[in-house]
Design a protein around this ligand. Sequence first.
Ligand code: SF4
Length: 473
Amino acid sequence: MKQKSEFPIYKPEYQDHADSRLIAQPSDMRMGATKIKNRMARKVFIETYGCQMNASDSELMAGILTQSGHQTVTDIEDADVILLNTCAIRENAETKVINRLEHLNHRKRRESNLVIGVCGCMAQHLRDKLLEAAPYVDIVMGPDAYRNLPMALNAVVSGDPYLGLQLDKGEDYADISPIRKEGIRAWLTIQRGCDKMCTFCIVPFVRGRERSIPLNILKDDVERLVDEGFKEIVLLGQTVNSYHDGKHDFGELLWSIAEVEGIERVRFTSPHPADATESMIDAMENSPKVCKQLHLPLQSGSTPVLERMRRTYTAEEYRKLVQKLRERIPQIALSTDVIVGFCGETEEDFDKTHTLMEEIRFDSAFMFKYSDRDGTLANKMLDDDVPEPEKSRRLNEIITLQEHISAEINQTKVGTTVPVLVEGNSRRDNEQYHGKSDTFKSTVFPKENAQIGDIVNVEIHSATAHTLIGQIS
Ligand code: SF4
């Protein structure tokens, strides 16, 4: 075990939740509350990086800004405030944002009143270091401080940067109405933060402790979403199936959301294998509205590697869980996440991952090579000792394997009929629609008389590794 000292593991700093709802938090500002002045409506453009949780947070930020009289715009050229909602999972995600900031600074030199903010996980991860790298940034704000965005916009008029970096165990934004784009699929955050502490992951340090939004509030949200025309709800959380609001668990939540009149489909992402309870499996098996599709992150097929990752399950437990899911829900489609080249991963460990992927035959997979991140437990405790070319070789091997398996599985759909929720025009052909099957497979077919939002039966004529192609039957 190495002893690294150059980057400390960030100790999350929490504030009392009651304080976070105050209009001004002097301890969280570089200027006094008395300097807040020149309140004026701003035109804000939000640029989103990273995962679906961030996309959902951008909708939340738009809701907070709109409620306080500001306007969000879809053309960056119209904006006098640009907020980058960032990701910290990988180093290249941060490099991309730094490059983007340099580009935006050219514009700021011409437009002195342009406000640039960095929000989200990278802001929480880099903190003051971000201002060293990009001193022209006006707002640095972590995921638990978005409620203070209007205050931050007022505060920066004096030219001082605003830092909002306290984590808040009680902040769930349950009272905020996000502003969503029109569509048929709405993403609904049901839980924030994570208590799992996987050693490779920065999330618990930048998003804080797990907290769930009460079921009755979520149900009201879903009823509103139905009124707005949404047909499919995707429940979101870092470990979405560990949801518990003190009275109701995740299975109860699934049943409850699926019962809302007008909802056609309910999905969720991303569950943790250790929290795949009987209650969750029962709802997936027996509620017709809960889709028969599960993204179940594996990460490694080797138990010693899983232990070093602190994933809290063994390869054998994962294998048994998949068996159980397939016994109970035979048509289930499974996808996963896999990391190769994690600290200490031997050729034998890698072979176990490869073998487990061959055995389980996931419908699809997101595959990565491990990259060391400052601030994680692995960075502090473990050696990133698998050589880069070796990581690349292992990654290429599993990508080739998975492409082959995905193509084979999709071929088995040829000749079958699948229910598809129509989402919109196909990217390549305006005469065709695209949509997702119940098992989340992208499907393309001629429009005929179908309308966006309809569920149609599509007979599959051909398939690639990523798409089913057919005709309404
Ligand atoms: S479960 Fe693990 S990988 Fe997922 S967000 Fe939590 S710490 Fe990160």
